[in-house]
Design a protein around this ligand. Sequence first.
Ligand code: PLP
Length: 399
Amino acid sequence: MSAHPFETADHERCPFMPVFGPPAISIERGAGTEVWDTDGKRYLDFLSGLAVTSLGHANPAVADAISRQASTLLHVSNFFANPQATSAAVRINELLLGATGHHGQIFFTNSGAESNECALKLARKWGGRGKHTVVSAFASFHGRTLATLAATGQPAKHEPFAPMPEGFRHVAWGDLDAMRDAVDGSVAAVIIEPIQGEGGVNPAPAGYLQGIRELCDDVGALMIVDEIQTGFARTGAWFGFEHAGVSPDVVTMAKAMGNGMPVGACWARTEVAAVFQPGDHGSTYSGTALATAAVNAVIAEMRRIDAPAMAAERGAMLSRLLEAVPQVSSVRGAGLLLGAALAEGIDAPTVYRSLLDKGLICNAVNASTLRFAPPITVSEDEIREAVGLVADALAEASA
Ligand code: PLP
């Protein structure tokens, strides 16, 4: 295979915009937890393409559903329904009826940001003029479109694109008093992750989500839970908010729901969804037959293997083994969304690069934390192999 354009360090030949920085490797093929780069080197993928391929790479059930659908029907306009989209919407509504106790309705999207964009528009229409403010937490991540970036509580990411759309307020993560001060009658919604993923794998403290639910009820604001990283079994429940026993009004999802097929959704309980009228929102690719065939296969397969229980069980094993590594000071998260905090003085980005050399993919979610989000189907042997590599890399880093 000829050199990848990135490997030439020739900027004029690089076909991509320079938003991601130079990629470390070019991956050609995957199966389950394993991937192979263009040189044939094998890696264990303990990131699942950032919590996307939760059923493993090239999952046979999903691959089969996609290939059958590709030769049946890819797309029809939204003037018409298609059976795959209808059945995927019904299945997600069933999952969320179980998790929230509410009937709801779905809008399909192509990404997490679009799912949140839909939720933000829904909140503005719900609140009406003068009640359009959306509150979110610092260190949150909700997407890269202008509105979802404005909701994202990371001022450094706003700065190059100022001025941001107005109507967004940020408060300290995990601090219910700060949330109470911010949630007044002008607030249409609070948007919150059950575990901040990009912000460092920070689980919501006990009582935080329940407290937000009460504050939203007090002022008639919507509680939007962003399940884009945590949803579809990753944390050991179908949705991360279930651990807190709360019932949100709006739930956004993407990533694992297509196992790599670009697809997302915004769910709202029926009375909330009813504020949208024909023409209020849309997308050419909302609910394509191809994308929703993948969703149907993912949900069926996750039910078949009882993915929430599997994530809880394998997550407990990964967490226990990581905690036993001397240079890991603590492990946080839930199920198979875990952050390993490293002992003082060890630089997580350096360890990430050393692990990549050794054949393990994870990521340095901040300067002192490695994030692990392997496929839920990861085997016990693969967990042992990965933690062995982590132990070697950390021993070298601290030597
Ligand atoms: N919300 C959360 C919690 C995320 O983790 C992400 C992506 O990492 C997004 C939203 C944005 O999703 P996407 O990159 O598919 O637009």
